[in-house]
Ligand binder design. Structure first.
Ligand SMILES: Cc1cc2nc3c(=O)[nH]c(=O)nc-3n(C[C@H](O)[C@H](O)[C@H](O)COP(=O)(O)O)c2cc1C
Length: 409
């Protein structure tokens, strides 16, 4: 896109309206053009002038305007925007958007708008759990709206619970990638992403697992989806919400994942193996182990190398492997790339606690088979995911393989 992305930013009536100020500021800082629309409720919390000054644009507050203007602002604003954000999205405004009502600027512009939507709900836990609100959210999601949050934490009422608006930086980032992410350079490709830990049973009630949160794999799946790919996400046990528009296949053990890979891999153009698969499988007991039986020794057998096991099924699939290493990342990564027959390897430094496992951010080293190496400095897993897909496309293009829309179109 050769012009700045345009965001129509709706603010509705909740305490979190003050945090929307930060999100607008961050979008402007990134280079977006932002026009803010406020409900009457929102104006009880923050003055329009704050948003006007930060967005450097007049703020829309009334459908009727001055009453004698020929412009139909809500239609113009809807046509102008690349993305419609509502943050905070109050229970009341969500209800209107779900029902198709238009009695203020935000809801009327929403009716006239066609394009990607990002909603950041914020409300008390009891309101969020209200079945009417849940139905409205489900309806909006089914029509393609993306949602971010709400998160758990302290609420304005002083209570703790789910309902807190997502952080402004996360809203700005999601908005930025939706508003700019109209590139569909992975369209035409079917991509398999694996995410999360495996769980290997010790007995019917216990398991051996690892600290993988699944966030990197989920971010890869979402980024690929947003770039037009058809995505199959094999997901281990994580607490993460399944991404919309992605086909999710759950697994528990390395054997379950193997079965998914054998079925799906031949149909795919590429795979990103971000799952943390157990290297060792414990001998498991079919009956529950009891303390009274005394000390036990658990024997760990080396597990199957899942990527290597796909070699006989491989045609022209591009393979991205992940390595969790400490020490000399590059040489460890290159050894693993050879062993796995991967085209790319993404190396995480698991000796650090601020990145990698279970962290929001990551910093990785991306190694290519042709010797290329790129460090992607610390940033969100979603941004890292886009770098990985960029490298994936570069490898496919260099290999002369069909690379998404470039050859499909
Ligand atoms: C102090 C205060 C805080 C509120 N916070 C929220 C909130 O976080 N989320 C919400 O959905 N409603 C909240 N409400 C209720 C809404 O402001 C109310 O439902 C209003 O009609 C929403 O209208 P709007 O969506 O058009 O802005 C709050 C009300 C008050 C008085």
């Amino acid at each position: 896109m050769d012009r700045p992305p345009r965001v129509l930013f709706g603010v509705s009536g909740g305490i979190a309206a003050y945090k929307a100020v930060e999100a607008v500021r961050e979008l402007v800082r990134r280079g977006a053009e932002v026009r803010v629309a406020m409900t009457r409720g929102a104006r009880e919390f923050v003055a329009p002038l704050t948003f006007a000054a930060l967005s450097r644009n007049e703020v829309f507050t009334e459908v009727w305007g001055s009453g004698n203007s020929p412009a139909v602002d809500h239609v113009e604003a809807a046509r102008w925007a690349d993305l419609f954000v509502v943050a905070p999205a109050s229970a009341h405004t969500l209800g209107k958007l779900a029902l198709g009502l238009g009695d203020d600027f935000v809801s009327t512009a929403f009716l006239a708008y066609r394009g990607p939507v990002l909603l950041a709900p914020a409300m008390e836990t009891a309101m969020w759990e209200q079945p009417a609100v849940a139905e409205n959210i489900a309806r909006l999601r089914a029509r393609g709206a993306r949602t971010i949050g709400p998160e758990s934490g302290p609420l304005a009422s002083g209570r703790e619970g789910t309902g807190r608006m997502a952080e402004p930086a996360a809203i700005a980032e999601a908005a930025w990638s939706l508003a700019t992410g109209r590139r569909a350079d992975l369209s035409g490709l079917r991509l398999l992403v694996t995410a999360g830990p495996t769980r290997e049973p010790l007995d019917p009630v216990r398991f051996v697992s690892n600290r993988s949160s699944g966030r990197m794999g989920f971010a890869l799946a979402e980024a690929a989806r947003d770039r037009g790919a058809r995505v199959v996400l094999a997901a281990g046990p994580t607490g993460l919400r399944p991404p919309e528009g992605v086909s999710v296949l759950p697994f528990d053990t390395a054997d379950d994942l193997h079965a998914i890979l054998v079925r799906e891999f031949p149909e795919c153009d590429g795979i990103a193996m971000a799952a943390a698969v157990s290297d060792f499988i414990p001998d498991s007991s079919p009956t529950r182990l009891h303390r009274a039986e005394g000390a036990r020794t658990v024997r760990l057998q080396p597990g199957r190398d899942l990527l290597a096991s796909l070699a006989p099924l491989r045609r022209r699939q591009t393979v991205v492997a992940f390595a969790a290493e400490t020490g000399d990342l590059e040489s460890a990564g290159r050894r693993k790339m050879e062993a796995k027959g991967a085209d790319l390897i993404v190396v995480n430094d698991v000796g650090r606690t601020d990145i990698g496992f279970d962290a929001e951010n990551n910093e990785v080293l991306i190694l290519r088979r042709d010797g290329g190496a790129a460090t992607v400095s610390r940033r969100s897993k979603r941004e890292i995911a886009d770098h990985i897909w960029d490298a994936f496309l570069a490898v496919r293009t260099a290999a002369g393989a069909p690379a998404g829309s470039r050859s499909a179109g």
